[in-house]
Design a protein around this ligand. Structure first.
Ligand code: APR
Length: 230
């Protein structure tokens, strides 16, 4: 069975990484136009690097939780048939042992040169005057997708959504496109669809089945049930 698992900030919440849209979430403390758009970066690169340097630090000190670990187990059990598509820029899926991961919004632990498009492992702290190791230009940025930019790997995601048999969304509010539309694309391809979240979201009505609860309790239970039926 080909399974696509879309994850959002909610899966990493219990690892101590904040979500975006709840009260007290990232976008109530920061102006996303200032720190998460190309225009914001052009206006104040120091501020944007400070924001992502702090987030990189939090990610590096966080640990994968039981939900990340359960998804890695599922991938081992169903080798070659599980793809994790994450909107998260953290690396907790990798560190839990998942291998088939698509980072559609990029990765905080990677750096990108705005001039030559070179990518490399980001240092812990990035500064606007750091030079790209390939072309030498001081135009480096975190390798993350900002609002107004096109998410990564969309062609590949389109193909996967055309053949997926089970689509599961975990810990995403379904407010950011294109990921918010994946459930309808998967359903149109004949996939069964399951949402796992703390609470109902704007896209809950599009799913065949919904499980409400924390990711660390709900995801391991769902994986155990699925594996027991293989
Ligand atoms: N277990 C399960 N779900 C949870 C938990 C938890 N412990 N904690 C929070 N949630 C749910 C919330 O109910 C919410 O629906 O996770 C969701 C998080 O939603 P958002 O904060 O909007 O995060 P996300 O959907 O990943 O955002 C998408 O928006 O800001 C951009 O680029 C950023 O990738 C991000 C994108």
């Amino acid at each position: 069975m080909r399974i696509m698992i879309l994850t959002g900030a909610g899966i990493s919440a219990e690892s101590g990484l904040g979500t975006f849209r709840n009260s007290g979430g990232m976008w109530s403390s920061y102006d996303l136009a200032e720190v998460a758009t190309p225009q914001g970066f052009a206006t104040d690169p120091d501020k944007v690097h400070d924001f992502y340097n702090a987030r990189r630090k939090s990610v590096l000190s966080a640990e994968p939780n039981a939900a990340h670990i359960a998804l890695a187990r599922l991938e081992r059990m169903l080798s070659g048939n599980v793809t994790i598509v994450t909107q998260n820029i953290d690396n907790l899926h990798e560190r839990a042992g998942s291998r088939n991961i698509i980072h559609m919004h990029g990765e905080i632990v990677r750096a990108l040169c705005n001039i030559c498009r070179n990518r490399w492992d980001a240092p812990k702290t990035m500064r606007p005057d750091d030079a790209c190791p390939k072309c030498g230009e001081a135009a480096i940025r975190p390798d993350v997708v900002w609002f107004g930019e096109i998410p990564y790997h969309l062609d590949h995601l389109d193909e996967l959504l055309g053949t997926v048999e089970l689509f599961v969304a975990i810990g995403t509010s379904g407010q950011v496109h294109p990921a918010a539309g994946f459930v309808q694309m998967a359903a149109a391809s004949g996939a069964r669809t399951l949402e796992i979240n703390l609470e109902p979201t704007e896209i809950t009505p599009y799913f065949d089945e919904v499980k409400f609860g924390t990711a660390t309790s709900t995801v391991p239970a769902w994986v155990a049930d699925l594996v027991s039926r293989l």
